[in-house]
Design a protein around this ligand. Structure first.
Ligand SMILES: Cc1ncc(COP(=O)(O)O)c(C=O)c1O
Length: 409
């Protein structure tokens, strides 16, 4: 049998073995949603993540939620009560916020390839645009001029450092994100001369950070870099957006970030920072860390079969909803996310099975050679850590199958 990722600590079993999510047994959740495949998101888990963040981090820090991680409307409405704003990457995400009655909430709009109509929608929505290039800066200023408003613009800087898997420093490959650090002072001065509402700097260093020491190092380097750029530009930064990327363990051998240590080190780095950052508001934009553990993907077993001695459970779900768990087209290394039989939760392991989705590809594997209680068609499979980059990141058009249902509890 192969290992699976660690089960998040928030889930229990009812007396009849039904997995309980947000106080409700899974069979009732499915009845309420109208069937499977189903994502269930537990708001209590999201709330407690945000509370943990607030308790650990220095006061005055802005927390933005990154909509790309999960854009379910009800979930956005809930999160909107507890964060300073949202990070969006498209007009579609701006519209989702508007539909969730969050128009007017602060937004940062970051990401390459912003078209003029997107810039216009973002400026109309009052978003701060994190500029990725000289050309984008010119277009944003022109669009704002046409609208007769002063655009809120920040400069995204591509950090010239990162930390490799072995903890050593490594350089970043060329990419379409932001300005090179040595260009940034001149770009900032150009924006100030153009009389825009200069909102500061945005430096995003990566996603799924699970190594606390590496993240601390990267934050320290980022604050130093921001200080050097601000010094060179001779400008006090209104805001420094440190990006996001706090990771969530979902594979064997992964451990949670020590957020208290990250926060303490951040305070230390700020204490030693350039005077140009003395009045700077610090922001962090998180997606995965806020929502990943809140989500459980529930699929129903449709078939059970044996092939060449191996037992397969074939379900009605798959990678078209949760590509992160199956791996895109078998890209190695695919490893097992936490998995359970949701109507026999906590029951002893009885068999080794491979759990697949319903897509016509051998790569649609939700659990490869995993130990589970004996299951039959009609039973339910739960995949955990499914709250982030599920429906927002999966190829739902694949095989024209139905969209997954979503329920927030
Ligand atoms: C600029 C930026 N900010 C924030 C995020 C959110 O990252 P995460 O969900 O890992 O926190 C991303 C993700 O790609 C990003 O590109």
């Amino acid at each position: 049998m192969k290992p699976t990722g660690p089960l998040p600590p928030h889930f229990t079993a009812a007396s009849d073995g039904q997995l309980v999510i947000g106080g409700m047994p899974v069979n009732e959740l499915i009845a309420e949603a109208g069937g499977t495949p189903l994502f269930v998101y537990d708001n209590n888990i999201i709330g407690s993540q945000i509370t943990r963040f607030r308790a650990a981090m220095p006061s005055g820090i802005n927390l933005y939620y990154s909509v790309s991680a999960n854009s379910c409307q009800e979930l956005l409405q809930f999160i909107g009560r507890y964060v300073e704003g949202f990070r969006v990457v498209s007009v579609g995400e701006i519209e989702r916020l508007q539909r969730a009655e969050l128009a007017g909430i602060p937004m940062t709009f970051a990401g390459p390839g912003k078209g003029d109509s997107e810039l216009e929608a973002a400026i109309r929505a009052g978003a701060t645009i994190s500029l990725e290039s000289e050309g984008e800066a010119e277009r944003a200023i022109a669009v704002a001029l046409g609208l007769g408003v002063k655009p809120k613009l920040a400069v995204r800087v591509d950090p010239p450092f990162s930390i490799g898997d072995d903890g050593s420093e490594c350089t970043v490959a060329p990419n379409p994100f932001g300005f090179d650090a040595d260009e940034a002072p001149a770009v900032i001065n150009g924006l100030i001369e153009a009389d825009v509402d200069f909102r500061g700097m945005h430096i995003f260093t990566g996603s799924q950070w699970l190594d606390t020491d590496a993240l601390i190092k990267v934050h320290h380097q980022t604050i130093n870099l921001a200080g050097q750029i601000a010094d060179a530009a001779g400008i006090r930064l209104p805001e420094l957006n440190l990006g996001g990327g706090f990771g969530t363990p979902c594979l064997q051998g992964e451990w949670p970030l020590d957020i208290d240590r990250v926060a303490k080190a951040l305070c230390d780095s700020l204490r030693d920072a350039s005077d140009m950052l003395a009045t700077t508001t610090l922001s962090i934009e998180l997606g995965r860390w806020i929502v990943a553990e809140s989500g459980v993907y529930i699929t129903r077993v449709v078939d059970k079969k044996v092939s060449a001695g191996r037992t397969f459970l074939v379900t009605d779900g798959g990678g078209h909803h949760l590509i992160g768990a199956t791996g895109p087209f078998g890209e190695p290394p695919r490893r097992n996310h936490p998995i359970a039989i949701a109507n026999k939760f906590g029951a002893p392991v009885e068999e080794a099975v491979t759990v697949t989705g319903c897509l016509c590809t051998p790569f649609d594997v939700l659990g490869d050679d995993v130990g589970l209680p004996a299951a039959e068609p009609g039973d339910l499979v739960a995949i955990f850590c499914a709250g982030a980059y599920g429906l927002t990141a999966s190829p739902q058009a694949w095989e024209s199958r139905p969209l997954a249902r979503e329920l927030v509890v």
